[in-house]
Design a protein. Structure first.
Length: 179
């Protein structure tokens, strides 16, 4: 698949087969994250690979609406460490977290390209940080379940997507682009 096709076909997977993902495949997915853009090439991301079912179960308690996290073969926690103090302004406006989110999308797309499903999970970050023993100076962005889909998802319905013309303005907010 080309990148446009992967973007359009990727979907959130919440049911996974009980099938181990080989370490080289996990590494390939993580390698995609490494190439995400970041301010001043700070690469503000670190990853924790979580395979322990008890840990996944504990985290799922702090992931509202995401009990399926405990059933995934594995998950990857995305951690945002502090960046070099010379870039403190960039950090003060939240840029490292946005960069780490782009790393997450790269992982999601790389996984989907090879038939592996993922899903963004919203978490109670402080509680999850405690479980994973993440330093208080770091930010836990998400814990993303990863696995082979239990069922093949149906194609996205184009009619359920916001029309691009409804999201584009010209020069200033609420100034619609003329057709």
């Amino acid at each position: 698949m080309d990148v446009s096709e992967v973007i359009r076909k990727r979907c959130s997977i919440r049911q996974f087969r009980d099938r181990v993902i080989p370490d080289d495949v996990i590494h390939r997915i993580l390698e995609a994250a490494r190439w995400a853009p970041s301010p001043f090439n700070t690469q503000p991301w670190e990853f924790i690979i979580i395979k322990n079912k008890e840990t996944l179960k504990a985290i799922s308690k702090y992931a509202r609406y995401s009990g399926y996290l405990s059933e995934a073969p594995l998950a990857i926690a995305v951690i945002v460490p502090p960046i070099n103090p010379k870039f403190s302004w960039v950090e003060s406006i939240g840029e490292p977290r946005f960069a780490a989110a782009m790393a997450v999308q790269n992982m999601m797309l790389a996984a989907w390209e090879i038939g592996i499903g993922t899903c963004w999970v919203s978490i109670e970050r402080d509680r999850v940080a405690e479980i994973l023993e993440v330093p208080k100076t770091h930010f836990v962005l998400t814990v993303m379940p990863i696995g082979y889909p239990e069922v093949t998802p149906s194609a996205h319905d184009e009619n359920l997507r916001k029309k691009i013309d409804d999201a584009i303005y010209n020069e200033k907010y609420e100034v619609k682009v003329e057709k």
